[in-house]
Design a protein around this ligand. Structure first.
Ligand code: AP5
Ligand code: ZN
Length: 218
């Protein structure tokens, strides 16, 4: 299974990625998680990326494309892969196509903007694994603690309301165009074209998971 998850910030890409990667036994390639790991490690790239991320803007295409290429080289892709948060611009999508990274499915998770801020403000993440919780919608078994490791959960620096609003604007201006890009490619019938599936991300997490699994079985 080789797929891309598309959707606005807070649509639930990370949440659903955790279910999908387990079901298909595939690696999750999340450029957001990779950048946050670089910030935590204090690398030069991390320091530069942090400023951009905290401003709600996109990190440059060159940096992101380089990171993904490196990651693919060192990852076991025997069963496929799941991209979460990449590609995010036409340049990234073209680079992916040109380097021969094939895709079976593009899965769009659709959530209206007015639900996003509440999702972000309650989000808590486990930095080590990328597992995602929500204080109200998807609470951990013990408050502020990861279910699997028992380690502390953290709040993301870019989940402040003004940054979330900025990220949504950037999504509509730079990333949403990819919905049409992949839809058109899927409909072209050309060899190697992916299948395009759209599900609603509104509803309980398990209901969205079941819709995602059903979409990926068609
Ligand atoms: P990234 O980490 O990719 O963030 P994002 O795309 O903005 O998406 P999020 O991680 O915020 O949301 P999500 O869809 O994963 O939702 P989640 O499952 O967590 O990128 C961060 C930054 O890095 C970017 O702004 C940019 O600067 C940079 N970057 C990353 N990739 C880049 C690239 N390719 N190019 C350039 N720059 C890049 O869910 C959100 C919350 O909602 C959680 O609390 C969750 O528990 C809850 N929730 C999930 N599902 C439901 C549900 N069904 N009902 C109720 N609540 C739910
Ligand atoms: Zn995410």
């Amino acid at each position: 299974m080789r797929l891309i998850l598309l959707g606005a910030p807070g649509a639930g890409k990370g949440t659903q990625a955790n279910f999908i990667k387990e079901k298909f036994n595939i690696p999750q390639i999340s450029t957001g998680d990779m950048l946050r790991a670089a910030i935590k490690a204090g690398t030069e790239l991390g320091l530069a990326a942090k400023k951009v991320m905290d401003a709600g803007q996109l990190v440059s295409d060159d940096i992101i494309i380089g990171l993904v290429k490196e990651r693919l080289k060192e990852t076991d892709c025997a069963n496929g892969y799941l991209f979460d948060g990449f590609p995010r611009t036409i340049a990234q999508a073209d680079a992916m196509k040109d380097s021969g990274v094939t895709i079976d499915y593009v899965l769009e998770i659709d959530v209206p903007d007015d639900l996003i801020v509440e999702r972000m403000s309650g989000r808590r993440t486990h930095p080590g694994s990328g597992r995602v919780y929500h204080t109200k919608f998807n609470p951990p078994k013990v408050a502020d603690t990861d279910d699997v490791t028992g380690e502390a959960l953290v709040q993301r620096d870019d989940d402040k309301e003004e940054t979330v609003v900025k990220r949504l604007t950037v999504y509509h201006n730079q990333t949403e165009v990819l919905l049409g890009y992949y839809n058109k490619w899927a409909q072209s019938g050309l060899p190697g074209a992916p299948k395009y599936r759209k599900i609603t991300g509104v509803g309980p997490v398990e209901q969205v998971r079941d819709a995602a699994f059903a979409a990926l079985a068609e």
